[in-house]
Design a protein around this ligand. Structure first.
Ligand SMILES: *Cc1c(COP(=O)(O)O)cnc(C)c1O
Length: 389
């Protein structure tokens, strides 16, 4: 495993040979995460799946498939992507509702399907029964462990995600082999332990008859400081107590800190309070979570506003007034032509980008372990035009 310091140095590089904007994923950083996850799986016997909704750079699926048990999907398209690009891995799917047409294809390519209601389970029963797919139900433990991020809390009041205990019969419908809950977001092991206790209290009576339990995603396992021992203790105790296969399906943790978004300053304009750097990237188009979450992405070499000599606002060249990434401070005021490197841009970035304002999409590049960079995909005008008519 590469030293964190060496990794940080690689991640900081603005790679002048690449065209900007570019999402640059670092293979060594990804490997570092994969080794941590594989360690958890080896020591506990659990299965860890890539949640593709966070990171779908399929060029590295063969690599990921060597470390993880497979992938999970939010619907048919992601399931198909894993089927095509991570062959041989397990292929799970969860969607709040599937159409009949989708299910016909899903039962051919997925080995595990989770349903969000008893109606959905029964509507598709003939297809999943005939195909011999293992099916489960997503449940809602009704135990929130997040504050302030209601849009990322499946246990928030009024949630449509997961069946509440009061809406389940005393015995699960015939053929159900697993239960699934996903309630965390960027959290440590303690909230999971707490959530499992709430889940066990409500749904524990079902567990002895089942084959598997999926603990969802939101586990920040690869973040320095995450309590891996507590996670492993929980998994081992579930396996020992109930004899279940345990699944984890992290998205973020797989590619956490494993990529950057490199951008070029195109102009510096004066605002009444501070200079504004106009970039060739956009929060709205290339890092929508900055506006949606919202959060301030890390920027290598920059400080908090006021911390260094020059404070500037970083903004896009779209016409959206609010397309602002944030205020950062620098030792010297950046000028047109300079490059800036945003950190932690592998996850929830490429999978969410768009061409609003006719903005070009960033290239997707891979920095190999030997340090060489390869442009894996370049987008152009046709990618903008073919999504319209
Ligand atoms: C979003 C999601 C995940 C992955 O979550 P991360 O926060 O990226 O780890 C896993 N499972 C389900 C059902 C999800 O909705």
């Amino acid at each position: 495993m590469m030293e964190r310091e060496t990794l940080e140095r690689r991640l900081r590089s603005a790679e002048p040979s690449l065209r900007t904007p570019v999402y640059l994923v670092d293979e060594a950083a990804l490997l570092c995460n994969l080794e941590i996850l594989q360690g958890v799986a080896r020591r506990t016997g659990c299965h860890i799946l890539l949640a593709q909704k966070a990171f779908s750079m399929f060029r590295v699926y063969p690599l990921i498939g060597r470390y993880l048990a497979g992938a999970t999907a939010s619907g048919l398209y992601e399931a198909r992507l894993a089927h095509e690009e991570m062959p041989g891995g397990e292929n799970h799917v969860f969607c709040p509702a599937y159409t009949a047409e989708e299910m016909a294809e899903i039962v051919r390519i997925c080995d595990h399907i989770s349903f969000n209601s008893l109606v959905q389970l029964e509507a598709h029963r003939p297809l999943w029964e005939a195909a011999g797919v293992s099916v489960g139900l997503r449940v809602n433990p009704e135990h929130s462990t997040q504050e302030g991020h209601a849009i990322y809390d499946p246990c928030a009041p009024g949630s449509r995600l997961g069946i509440r205990r009061q809406n389940l019969p005393e015995r699960l419908p015939r053929g159900v082999e697993g239960l699934h809950f996903h309630t965390l977001c960027e959290q440590d092991a303690a909230p999971l332990v707490e959530t499992f206790a709430a889940f066990e209290k409500a749904f524990g009576s079902f567990l002895p008859g089942l084959k598997w339990l999926n603990l969802g995603g939101g586990h920040h396992i690869t973040r320095p400081g995450y309590d891996i021992a507590a996670l492993e203790g929980l998994i081992l105790s579930i396996r020992e107590t109930y004899g279940l296969e345990v699944y984890l399906e992290p998205g973020e943790a797989v590619a956490l800190g494993a990529g950057t978004l490199i951008t070029t300053v195109l102009d510096v304009v004066d605002a009444s309070d501070m200079p504004v750097l106009i970039l060739d990237t956009s929060a709205a188009c290339h890092m929508p979570d900055v506006l949606e979450m919202p959060y301030r992405p890390p920027l290598y070499g920059a400080g908090e506003p006021g911390e260094k000599a020059y404070t500037c606002r970083l903004a896009a060249r779209t016409c959206l007034a609010g397309d602002v990434i944030g205020a950062y401070s620098f030792d010297a005021c950046p000028k047109a032509g300079d490059r800036l490197v945003f950190g932690d841009m592998a996850i929830y970035s490429m999978v969410k980008n768009n061409t609003f304002n006719g903005m070009p999409l960033p290239d997707i590049a891979l920095r190999h372990t030997d340090g060489s960079c390869e442009v894996v995909r370049r987008f152009g005008y046709q990618d903008f035009k073919t999504r319209l008519s």
